[in-house]
Design a protein around this ligand. Structure first.
Ligand code: OGA
Ligand code: MN
Length: 226
């Protein structure tokens, strides 16, 4: 199966083969989505939800300490429920990607969940891995950025770190149409403070069975000494 999003002339299509190569080689990938109509509809919806105060302050795991949460992340989010053509467009894209990646890499991806996220000026998300204790079944993280004309001076970079030596691997600018994808439990990452409103959709492909995610199995199910 190939991904169906057709690019306007001159803009390369999303390339699932390159995504797989990148993930296998380095655990992360970055490329552009070329469907401007879909991206614009998603941006409009995110902007409306934010302006109409329909987003909630994000949490961390089950943490009830709101001050602690505010030290870790300051974005506002809302889960996609598929109740608009734009959301269905993105969920369809994610589903096509899921099937494609399962076929190419046998990842055993089972489901996808995603939320809009808005970082208001001053918003950030400290270095973390995308997993909840006791439910470590997020395999692949993806973030689609919806900010036309974003400048590096606007901050809000997605900063990826090497899982071993904690060196910075790369900074990704949250420019309109950029899709960042990385292995949820392997790549520590942060969002540096944004100086302008920063809109995105963060999503996670999950597996349903730890046995099908060997990288997780090693961490979650250590073999007991005999
Ligand atoms: C997250 C996250 C990164 C980004 O929501 O878990 O790390 O660039 N987002 O928005
Ligand atoms: Mn994250």
């Amino acid at each position: 199966m190939t991904l169906q999003i057709a690019p306007p002339p001159g803009i390369p299509a999303f390339d699932p083969e390159r995504l797989c190569d990148d993930l296998t080689r380095q655990g992360w990938s970055q490329q552009s989505i070329a469907d401007t109509d879909l991206l614009t509809a998603l941006r409009d919806e995110a902007l409306t939800l934010w302006q109409e105060d329909e987003l909630s302050r994000a949490g961390i795991g089950r943490a009830a300490d709101h001050e602690l949460v505010r030290e870790v992340r300051r974005d506002k989010t809302r889960w996609l429920d598929g109740n608009s053509p734009a959301q269905r467009g993105w969920l369809d894209f994610a589903e096509t990607l899921r099937l494609d990646l399962n076929q190419r890499l046998a990842l055993g991806l089972f489901a996808f969940e995603a939320h809009y996220a808005v970082y208001e000026p001053g918003g950030f998300y400290r270095k973390h891995l995308d997993s909840f204790r006791g439910a470590r079944n997020r395999i692949l993280s993806s973030v689609l950025y919806l900010n036309p004309g974003w400048q590096s001076a606007d901050g809000g970079l997605l900063r990826l770190y090497d899982e071993h030596d904690e060196a910075i691997i790369t900074d990704i600018i949250p420019e309109f149409g950029t899709l960042a994808v990385f292995l949820s439990e392997e790549i520590p990452h942060e969002v540096t403070p944004a100086l302008a409103p920063r809109l995105s959709i963060a999503g996670w492909h999950r597996c349903n069975d730890l046995a099908r995610a060997p990288a997780l199995q090693a961490k979650v199910l250590p073999i007991a000494p005999v």
